[in-house]
Design a protein around this ligand. Sequence first.
Ligand SMILES: Nc1ncnc2c1ncn2[C@@H]1O[C@H](COP(=O)(O)OP(=O)(O)O)[C@@H](O)[C@H]1O
Ligand SMILES: [Mg+2]
Length: 313
Amino acid sequence: MTGTTASVTRPQAAQAGRSGDTPLLEVEHLTVSFPTATGSSKVVSDLSLTLPQGGSLGIVGESGSGKSITSLAVMGLLPTKATRTGSVRLNGDELTTLSESRMRRVRGDRVAMVFQDPLSSLNPYYTVGAQIAEAYTSHRRGVTRRRAHAVAVEAMERVHIKDAARRVDEYPHQFSGGMRQRVMIAMALSTEPELLIADEPTTALDVTVQAQILALLQEIRRDTGSGLVLITHDLAVVSEIADDIVVMRNGRCVERGPVEQIFSDPQHEYTQSLLDAVPRIDDEIGLLRDTAAGAGADVADTAASDTITGGPS
Ligand SMILES: Nc1ncnc2c1ncn2[C@@H]1O[C@H](COP(=O)(O)OP(=O)(O)O)[C@@H](O)[C@H]1O
Ligand SMILES: [Mg+2]
């Protein structure tokens, strides 16, 4: 069993909570080291963060600052040579002491991840529908093929892939980058996770498609009540979607706070330099805002054949 909250819809879970205000995710004093020729090197040092129920947290920092290692440490997916200390609690459940088989169930049912490069996560030889169905059925017994196929279509409709009943039988190469990322998000959501971790989900996409994917993540969060950890090197990306930001550098948190505060009054010079480094950040934020505002309308993706359906406004 993976706990009762996994089987109810997220808004209910968020309302019920465990003890009212148990955070969805609590990371305390997380440290990750890799062995080196001369000893070991810490790539994440004493990192603590908290995500409230239904909240969204941006983890921001330059390449190599330890963002992905942090998410892998939360998911229990570190390379075996890595050493992890500290605590990771999901809805109050300590994850670091779970066996691998129980952790696998947590990954299937309760936490889902979306990565930067959907093409490398999708199998080119199977239809996207088969892959969404597989993600769904691998954690549920006794699901018929017909039901799994219907779930895949529903999942694709939910992420606004137009003509889902037909496209469900197409292969990954027949989708554009933005549509493939929608497929990955559909797959991640098929198990109704309590928490979605998105690691650079829009980095490979152009800015317009990027904004559409961010708007989709925002909409999902609103509709399901699930929590979101959004990892990115790009402050403009978190500005629209995160409630709070953790700024990482060299494996450490150098600054944290509500997004407005980090943008208007950064305390750390590294945060300031990240803000300065974002080219035309005002333009980008403006574009993200405009596109997010229009997220309910039909929008064409970069590939002419890829159109998305309107979502609820
Ligand atoms: N398998 C590994 N073995 C040794 N060092 C690693 C390994 N994976 C990542 N690192 C190191 O950990 C640090 C943080 O990496 P990562 O979390 O991927 O950074 P990012 O913030 O870009 O996601 C980097 O210095 C990287 O070189
Ligand atoms: Mg990374």
